[in-house]
Design a protein. Structure first.
Length: 344
């Protein structure tokens, strides 16, 4: 039986098309708000969704509604915000006059304070913070592939109950947590690899298979973890390994790392971070919401975060057109030098 609610995906990109398409495949009524280029792509091809466990969901163009105008959100019972962080403020403004009171709005961005504009501008809605733990790769012609393990995790709220079955049937069960702060920081710790992956220019699996890139990630995570400890936050691990141990594991030689933390490498060989996607398409990245959060936490605590500051600088240079491919050894040298310069 079809459900009596409508879910609007606002921002039909990698995450939006994958999550919304899987929901449509489970017979949810789904509408998408997206750019004309993606609307054309889906109108021509439909949606074809796959995951690393062999799931295959095909959605015909007629099964969903795609729009470039935001108005369709006015009849939604749930809105999944799937735009990049930089667009959230604008989307909050757009949605404010449109949404019905009581609409459940789930912010799925990477970052910490990202849902704040939605909370402020949508006071009659139920705004919940969420994370997507898995990676999605766009393969063109309406094909989107879930390329790594993981779930959706959303702030606990009884308003989610109505939607739980359809997410479960779609193969995307929502895990809930009462306190999202450690969860958001846990995801951000993982996302500290986004700039490293984007600067490496190579897929995630290949990058994480190289010790020097892993040592870069270990430096960035260790810096963040120390600040979080000072602030009394224990970031929720996104794998079975807590971050303290992960920071040590990342530094191990390749063979030992593969033996002890091989699960981390269970990623599709073509998957790359969403920050690589942004640089590739010449868009502004989410660096200010990732490493930037670590730097701001440091400022709040009267501390420096030289490794994360350096990663921010390198990504800003790449955004301004100075993009180049960094080897693991080069990147490690520059991050270690930033750390040393700060302690001198
Ligand atoms: N990709 C991934 O694997 C993962 C991503 N995430 C997070 O999920 C969030 C979404 O990422 P992702 O799906 O990769 O992003 P994408 O850039 O692929 O998708 C966002 C889409 O929304 C569009 N958009 C922006 N503003 C509007 C608007 N006002 N109206 C209509 N469409 C709009 C964008 O178009 P345009 O580019 O033209 O602005 C783009 O097509 C990010 O915060 C990301 O960090 C989390 C886990 C994994
Ligand atoms: C899933 C993960 C960690 C993959 O890098 C991601 O969040 C991203 O690409 O933004």
């Amino acid at each position: 039986m079809a459900n009596d609610f409508e879910i609007c995906v606002f921002g039909a990109g990698n995450i939006g098309c994958y999550v919304g398409g899987r929901l449509a495949g489970a017979r949810a009524k789904v509408s998408f708000v997206g750019r004309p280029r993606i609307i054309d792509e889906i109108a021509t091809n439909g949606l074809h969704l796959t995951d690393l466990h062999g799931a295959k969901v095909d959605v015909l163009p007629a099964q969903v509604r795609f729009d470039s105008a935001p108005n369709r959100a006015d009849r939604a019972d749930m809105v999944l915000i799937c735009v990049k962080s930089a667009a959230v403020e604008e989307v909050a403004k757009t949605l404010a006059p449109l949404l019905k009171p009581g609409t459940v709005v789930v912010a799925l961005q990477n970052g910490i304070e990202i849902a704040q504009p939605l909370v402020e501008r949508l006071p009659d809605c139920i705004v919940l913070r969420g994370i997507v733990m898995f990676n999605v790769v766009a393969r063109g012609e309406g094909r989107f592939h879930q390329a790594s393990e993981g779930e959706l995790m959303v702030e606990e709220n009884p308003a989610l109950d109505r939607f739980a079955t359809v997410f479960r049937n779609a193969g995307l069960p929502i895990l809930t947590r009462a306190d999202m702060t450690p969860v958001l920081w846990g995801k951000l710790m993982l996302n500290l690899n986004n700039p490293i992956n984007a600067l490496s220019g190579i897929p995630l699996k290949e990058e994480l298979s190289q010790r020097d890139y892993r040592r870069c990630l270990s430096l960035a995570q260790a810096e963040a973890l120390e600040l979080l400890k000072l602030d009394g936050i224990a970031p929720t691990p996104m794998t079975s390994v807590p971050y303290g141990a992960m920071i040590r594991l990342l530094k191990l030689p390749n063979m030992a790392f593969t033996r002890l933390a091989g699960k981390v490498l269970q990623i599709d060989p073509l998957a790359r971070s969403s920050m690589w996607d942004d640089l590739e398409l010449g868009r502004k990245t989410e660096i200010d919401w990732l490493c930037g959060e670590v730097v701001r936490l440091g400022e709040k605590l009267g501390r420096h975060a030289p490794v994360n500051s350096r990663l921010m600088d390198l990504i800003h240079v790449a955004e301004r057109g100075g993009r180049r491919q960094w080897s693991g050894a080069e990147l490690l040298r520059t991050l270690e030098a930033a750390g040393r310069a700060d302690s001198d």
